[in-house]
Design a protein around this ligand. Structure first.
Ligand SMILES: *Cc1c(COP(=O)(O)O)cnc(C)c1O
Length: 385
């Protein structure tokens, strides 16, 4: 069927990519007659994640948001406890802390990677600080060496919001393996998808048993299923964080194809990067910066235009040419809930400036060179206009 409202010349921002085996695996899950969580496909997806990320224990969740909530409970964040994080992130990073009565403390970002500026983290530490939560924006690593060192020296838990970062690495080590806890997202807009879905990585063996309890509504049901206890009961706080086997079956198909999906995205990312080099050299825009030692996963291709005031007209001009480009976060420190629940430490100069100049170009695993050439042509025209 052809949707007559969408011309073939339109370049959409995102298109969920199917790996191929999704329907077959969902049918298999239905045939196995175990549709609630922690069945065959959940264990398969977790094993694949553990293999990809290395080291830790993976627990599937129904969203990246849920994984962040579990991480914050496990880090022991309570009323008045502070968690240092960037303001340039999605609401879930901060919400997870606020739900426990904690306070998100926002720190400015680096102008190159748009990730938390590690040089500002120590200055934000107070006697109430319990954790640092880094965000790997666009699947580009935050400065993990420096931040790990700060967390260790001050006895703070390190949490990675790796929602966008599956398949990316830092000096040969996968993102999601650095923090005591890390959260991945499989939301439809991410690289590897399950519709709605996520995973918590528990990289501290001492926290695994409690993580399994929080995951299963505060019960020791996982131990019961392994035959370690004779019956299961309520032992701690927890909630319902497991996705169904239908979601897990879809995700297994995606995870099996993860390398190929990432490779396609990297190819498309590289085509934009080459095609936009001249515009950058001419001072018309800035391309993304990938630091040495970082293997990114091509989650986002973003540009920075030189004047924030021109961004609405640029986005409008692209839309008029059939290109669906979009901005990104409203910084949390300037959002109504961020002002109510959080606190900014120092100026948010880079966050305010960069977030107002950022444009994300259409990018997904199936975008072709022709569509990308149309995006670049439209952008060149609009920037000249
Ligand atoms: C997508 C995303 C989340 C939330 O993930 P969901 O699966 O949508 O709940 C959290 N943080 C960041 C940085 C994200 O990009």
């Amino acid at each position: 069927m052809v949707d007559s409202r969408v011309s073939p010349e339109q370049v959409g921002f995102n298109r969920p990519t199917l790996a191929g085996e999704e329907f077959a695996f969902i049918r298999q899950a239905i045939d196995m007659a175990h549709l609630s969580g922690n069945g065959h496909f959940t264990r398969e997806a977790q094993a694949l994640l553990e293999e990809k990320v290395g080291g830790g224990r993976a627990l599937l969740t129904h969203s990246g948001t849920a994984a962040l909530e579990m991480a914050v409970i496990l880090a022991g964040i309570g009323p008045g406890d502070e968690v240092i994080m960037p303001s340039f992130t999605f609401t879930s990073t901060a919400n997870a802390v606020v739900l426990r009565g904690g306070v998100p403390v926002f720190v400015d970002i680096r102008p190159d990677t748009l990730n938390i500026d590690e040089a500002l983290v120590e200055g934000a530490i107070t006697p109430r600080t319990r954790a640092i939560c880094v965000v790997h924006y666009a699947g580009v690593a935050a400065s993990m060496d420096a931040i790990l060192d700060i967390a260790e020296r001050h006895g703070l838990a390190l949490i990675e919001d790796a929602a966008q970062a599956l398949g990316a690495g830092w000096h040969g080590r996968p993102l999601g393996s650095f923090g005591r806890f890390a959260a991945f997202s499989f939301h439809e807009t991410k690289n590897i998808i399950a519709g709605e879905g996520g995973a918590l990585m528990v990289n501290d063996p001492a926290a695994v048993e409690r993580a399994e309890i929080i995951w299963e509504k505060g019960t020791d049901r996982v131990r019961f299923q392994r035959g370690e206890v004779a019956k299961y009961t309520w032992v701690d706080v927890g909630s319902s964080y497991l996705p169904s086997e239908i979601t897990a079956a879809f995700l297994v198909a995606q995870l099996q194809a993860a390398e190929a999906i990432t490779a396609h995205r990297l190819e498309a990312w590289g085509r934009y990067h080459a095609a936009l080099a001249d515009l950058e050299a001419a001072g018309r825009l800035r391309r993304p910066v990938i630091p040495d030692g970082c293997a990114h996963n091509a989650h986002i291709y973003h540009i920075l235009v030189s004047q924030a005031e021109r961004r609405p007209a640029i986005l409008g001009g692209l839309a008029a040419r059939g290109v669906n480009a979009v901005s990104h976060y409203v910084p949390l420190h300037s959002s109504p809930a961020g002002m109510r629940f959080g606190r900014a430490c120092g100026t948010m100069r880079q966050t305010d400036d960069l977030s107002a100049r950022l444009i994300r170009l259409p990018l997904h695993a199936r975008i072709d060179a022709g569509a990308q050439a149309r995006v670049v042509a439209a952008l060149t025209e609009v920037l000249d206009g």
